[in-house]
Design a protein around this ligand. Structure first.
Ligand code: ADP
Ligand code: MG
Length: 348
């Protein structure tokens, strides 16, 4: 706690108690949750902990003029869940720290937590603590998520080998398309003007994919437990940017087959309606929170068979090359060019 001043401190206690009553719950191995100087967790049988944290600042990472407190909470939790998914882990415990301006009412804090916990409830994550402070410059939200895997097993960025196939889960570009649709004319230069019709169901689907992304927890756990993947990362910045992280960490290059990038029918329809290149959307769009992973070609049949049995959607999109090859993309006409250094940031 940062500023222990009389009245404000009392209000803070009341808020924390109310949050604990509403959102805290028992969980296996949790000895002490909210309410003491620290949470206490009984160490389970030999395990690895995966610990990830994110700091979000109003005006930088989210805008409360256009997004509800609930969707800010949901997306913040989902970004952390996606990091845990990319490690092949099971998410377990959540800590939430807040610095909030005076104008921020308890009702809005509850909306924020409702969004956070909606995302976490899908995965049985327990809220076990946090910190609360006043802020003189907007809302700050820091989230820490703790996950576990069995000891000796996790998916890292550094394991990709030359010759491995590159895969992604789900479809790419949906979230960026949804963001552009939401922004309407307000994103100035970067928002393409409509040039054709788009069905309402497609529009709703894309906006939903942006506001309510799904972390691929089940897919990550499967890849890790089955020992099928050599490396993995979640797609938060966009395929081109995140693939670069895998290549840097693994000291390899990569070739992506643009024609193989998986697009949803809604995203294809959106691209067509705005005269956009759908492959560019898929390559550069951020915040899809799908997983990108690599695996030796000999495991392809097992991957496809097991994914189908589990109802997981995976697509092979390219091959890991030697480092000197760099990062290149093959167009449908067969031309191979360097992947441009664009990423999600360019859209903001
Ligand atoms: P301290 O002064 O020791 O930091 P606090 O009064 O900040 O204690 O916190 C008391 C309890 O409430 C702790 O268990 C802490 O983890 C929890 N807590 C504080 N703020 C939050 C929050 N925003 N969300 C969830 N738990 C919180
Ligand atoms: Mg504190």
């Amino acid at each position: 706690m940062a500023i222990p001043k009389g009245r404000q401190r009392i209000q803070e206690f009341a808020l924390i108690q109310a949050l604990a009553r509403r959102f805290a719950k028992n969980s296996s191995h949790l000895i002490q949750g909210i309410g003491d100087d620290a949470a206490v967790i009984a160490a389970p049988a030999p395990a690895w902990w995966q610990v990830t944290t994110d700091l979000l600042a109003e005006g930088v990472h989210f805008d409360l003029q256009t997004a509800s407190a609930e969707s800010v909470g949901y997306r913040a939790a989902m970004a952390n869940l996606s990091d845990i998914a990319a490690m092949g882990a099971s998410p377990r415990y959540l800590l939430v720290s807040l610095a909030m301006p005076k104008t921020f009412t308890p009702a809005r804090i509850f909306q924020l937590y409702a969004g956070l916990m909606q995302a976490c409830r899908l995965h049985d994550v327990a809220l076990i603590g946090g910190d609360t402070s006043a802020s003189r410059a907007g809302l700050f939200l820091s989230i820490t998520l703790i996950g576990t895997t069995i000891a000796g097993r996790a998916l890292f960025r550094h394991g990709a080998q030359v010759g491995d196939s590159i895969y992604v889960t789900g479809t790419l570009g949906d979230s960026l398309a949804g963001l552009q649709l939401l922004a309407g004319g307000s994103l100035k230069r970067s928002t393409p003007k409509p040039s054709g019709p788009l069905r309402k169901s497609d529009r709703d689907y894309l906006i939903h994919r942006h506001l309510r992304p799904t972390a691929r927890i089940g897919e990550g756990q499967w890849l890790n437990r089955a020992g099928l993947a050599t490396a993995a990362i979640d797609l938060s910045d966009g395929l081109s940017g995140d693939l670069r992280h895998i290549c840097t960490a693994s000291r390899v290059g990569a070739e992506i087959d643009l024609g193989a990038l998986p697009l949803s029918p809604a995203c294809s329809a959106y691209a067509k309606s705005r005269r956009l290149c759908q492959q560019e959307l898929a390559l550069t769009g951020g915040e899809d929170y799908e997983l990108l992973f690599t695996a030796p070609p000999a495991r392809h049949t097992a991957l496809v068979r097991q994914a189908r049995r589990r109802g997981f959607h995976i697509t092979r999109i390219g091959t890991i090359r030697p480092r000197r090859f760099g990062m290149r993309m093959k167009s449908t006409d067969g031309a191979v060019r360097p992947i441009p250094m664009t990423s999600y940031e360019h859209f903001h």
